[in-house]
Ligand binder design. Structure first.
Ligand code: ZN
Length: 208
């Protein structure tokens, strides 16, 4: 379950020679539990990965710690287990990362590859945000608050991403797919994330 996959690189490792081999190996983060998802593809050639997209998810909504998100991202979810699952039956999605309520970090797709988290989207003048973003799912519910260990893990992960990729923006799914998505919602503390990473205002969506 946690064996490290040998993953063919579909795009060159980011040109930044400062990528720390102690933290990253072909787009896999050292401090994440690896559970490889089949739901990914190559990024477009020369994709500029400059956006982190924050999401929230729980299955069924509001139920935590049951492994269902990990099952969804690996096409292992039992659609019959809960009535809610009928609404997402057959869905094939993924994110690069998932942060559980405990702060535990999972990775499903190499950051060098394109995960399927954003859907139809646009931000900073570009569409199809899956092409050139990193998707991070927080275990949670739109409108609810998140746990301190989740922010701690998120801050450490974002710092490592900023070191390895030319990240210029951090936004919520609600900001890149407005009108269609509401996650992570008003329970997410953007100011806390901004302060912990010392991000300039221009890197964040206009919030609060
Ligand atoms: Zn989302």
């Amino acid at each position: 379950m946690t064996t490290h996959p040998i993953h063919p690189m579909t795009t060159p490792e980011h040109r930044n020679t400062a990528v720390d081999p102690a933290l990253w190996r072909h787009g896999w983060y050292r401090y994440a539990r690896v559970l490889a998802s089949p739901n990914f593809g190559p990024r477009p050639a020369n994709a500029l990965v400059d956006l982190i997209v924050i999401h929230s998810i729980s299955l069924p909504p509001g139920k935590y710690g049951n492994g269902n998100v990990q099952r969804l991202f690996t096409n292992q979810l039992d659609w019959e287990e809960d009535a809610y699952f009928q609404r997402i039956r057959g869905l094939q999605v993924s994110a690069h990362f998932f942060i559980a309520r405990s702060g535990e970090l999972w990775q499903f797709v190499a950051c060098t590859d394109r995960a399927w988290h954003a859907g139809e989207s646009s931000y900073r003048g570009r569409t199809n945000c899956n092409d050139d973003s990193i998707g991070i799912e927080l275990e949670g519910l739109e409108g609810s608050r998140f746990e301190a260990p989740q922010y701690e893990t998120l801050a450490g992960l974002c710092a490592a991403l900023i070191q390895a990729y030319p990240i210029a923006h951090v936004a919520g799914h609600e900001h890149i797919a407005g009108g269609r998505k509401q996650d992570p919602g008003p329970g997410f503390d953007w100011i806390l994330l901004q302060n912990s990473l010392a991000l300039p205002d221009r890197s964040l969506p206009e919030v609060g």
